[in-house]
Structures are given as C-alpha cells and as structure tokens.
Design a protein around this ligand. Structure first.
Ligand code: DC
Length: 230
C-alpha cells in the first residue's frame, strides 16, 4: 500500500479541489491538483504549435513525433503553499493562471488521450509521492496511477448541480455566466473524460463513492475525515 497517497477522483466540477484542499490542511498532507499537470502540458504544446509553421490542427500535431519528442523539454514544477493553493511553473514561468483559460481547457482532451503525455505526467506524480504525503485530485489516480493508494474516494454530482454551482461561483467573482452553456461544457468534458481509450474516468472498485448532490461541502469533508480517522 502507498501510505503517501490519498486519491480523490471524479468529474469536472464535483468539488474535488476544495474538498481535497481542506482535507489536506486538516491531516497535514499536501494537496496536489493533477489536472494542472495536464493543463501545463497542453499549454506547453499549444505554444509550440502556435509558434510553428504547421498548417494542420493541434489535434493532429500532438500525435507527431516532433510534438512527442518535445515533451522532454517541458519542466513542470508544482509549488505547495500553506493554503494549499498549488502554483504551477512551466520551465521557470508561473503559469498558474495561463493554464486555466477556456482555450486550454478545450484543448486538453487531445493531450489526455495520448499515452506518451499521460506517462510523462504520471512519472512526475510518482516522483512527488516519493517525497511528500499527498492528497491528489484527478480522474485516474485511484484506478491507474496509484491503484495502491491508502484511501480512494470518488466524488460525483449531476451535471445540473455542477453547472449550478459553477455559475454561482463565477457570479460571486463578478463574471456573468450562462448556466445552460456551462452545463453543455460539463457534458462535453464528461464525455471526453469517460470515453477516452486510455485511463478513462471511472470509479475504482475499492473507491468510496460520495454523491455531493445531496451533501454540502462541509458534510463531504466531515464524511471523508471520519473515514480517514477510522
Ligand atoms: O481537474 P481539471 O478539470 O483541471 O482537469 C483538466 C483535464 O485534465 C480533465 O478534463 C482531464 C485531464 N485530467 C486527466 O486526464 N487525468 C487526471 N488525473 C487529471 C486531469
């Protein structure tokens, strides 16, 4: 068993990151946002693609040996902080905000379904888990990356509830958002996450399912803490 890893998987918008951050704080682990690694790899390749004279699409280009070979020059670093806000550095540049644009979010699926990029991210995650106690949120942590994790949780919520929460969150930040449009985006993300051939999103057999439709964030946190404490 890998004593250093607690896996928290689930679809986009199920509240994993807030929950994982708060749990990490309570139990003295570091929070690790594994999606940020996929985002940073996407940003890295997308910049290379835009700077190249390639006439094709990004989706096709990431499958070429030129793109695949270039990944060895991407150095991604995750900095842990006391509030468990991960800062992500790409070749020395803080890209914590740049990896969150809608454009990058749309393009990730072309990276997430390629074995070479997944292996690259997984290698980084394994190196970090040798040095730190981590609660990781992601899609395939309990199934593929750390099937031997100390605890595995799987968070779900209906797409309607996830869209409602996301719209509210954006409104609180002063950003106008259309809930139907957000629900459509969530639907598309779920589809690419669950239907990809490599490391799709699904609940590990030994993961504990937590349906957040019917639970408040605080109740989810208490429930997980209670299980960790047993
Ligand atoms: O957690 P997030 O929404 O920031 O993740 C962005 C994308 O990264 C997600 O839609 C799929 C991919 N991802 C993945 O394939 N495996 C992970 N463990 C984490 C994220």
């Amino acid at each position: 068993m890998n004593e250093n890893v607690i896996a928290l998987d689930g679809p986009a918008g199920s509240g994993k990151s807030t929950v994982a951050r708060r749990i990490a704080e309570k139990i003295g682990y570091n929070y690790l946002d594994t999606g940020a690694f996929y985002r940073a790899v996407t940003l890295y390749l997308h910049r290379l693609f835009q700077g190249s004279s390639n006439a094709g699409t990004f989706e096709d280009w990431v499958k070429t040996s030129e793109a695949k070979n270039s990944i060895t020059d991407a150095h991604i670093l995750c900095e842990f902080s006391s509030g468990n806000e991960n800062r992500i550095f790409l070749n020395g540049e803080d890209v914590s905000l740049a990896i969150r644009t809608p454009e990058i979010t749309r393009e990730i699926k072309h990276i997430a379904n390629q074995r070479i990029y997944r292996d690259f991210v997984n290698k980084e995650l394994h190196s970090l888990a040798k040095l730190h106690k981590l609660i990781m949120d992601g899609r395939d942590i309990g199934t593929e990356v750390f099937p031997d994790a100390r605890f595995k949780f799987f968070l779900t919520a209906s797409s309607k509830i996830r869209a409602e929460r996301r719209t509210l969150q954006l409104k609180e930040q002063g950003i106008e958002a259309d809930q139907d449009e957000i629900e459509r985006e969530i639907f598309l993300r779920d589809k690419s996450d669950t239907e990809r051939e490599i490391a799709p999103l699904y609940q590990a057999k030994d993961a504990i399912l937590i349906d957040t439709d019917i639970l408040s964030k605080n109740s989810v946190i208490s429930k997980i803490l209670e299980i960790l404490d047993r």
